[in-house]
Design a binder for this molecule. Sequence first.
Ligand code: SF4
Length: 163
Amino acid sequence: MNKPIVSLQENASGFFDKIHQKHASQMECRKGCSKCCQTDISIFEIEAERVTDWFKAQAPEEQARLRELWNTPNQQSYCTFLYNDQCTIYEARPLICRTQGLPLFVASVNFLDYCPLNFKDGDPPKEDWLNLERMNTLLSFAASNAGLDKRIRLKKLKELLVP
Ligand code: SF4
């Protein structure tokens, strides 16, 4: 397993937890809300590799259960790994999924974005924003250093996991 990508993903999840705890009354993010999973995204191979490694580390019965589930169609236009409003690769989900719902700041254009369900009382303080470009730069570095910087759609990744 590639350590830099695992650290990056875990740091993002840690930051999410911290902000979610701090702004609990201002964030609708919770188990069962899948409004940010309504598309087929593409990820770097380095993150696809983490999903594959995680899948292979599951017990054979769990792998069989997931394969059977993934062989059934889910809702059109939603992420291919979303079933019953839950992420079926949650522990190994990509970086972008770990940051949804956070205040995402694009410094080069001085733009702050977040889910319309969150922060209805106004923007959170600056120290709680995630610098999206910095995170994407670190992700690109990790991917190119590992030689795993081609992109793959999640739909394609699922096809590879379900022979
Ligand atoms: S991988 Fe999981 S968290 Fe990410 S979009 Fe798909 S269902 Fe949602």
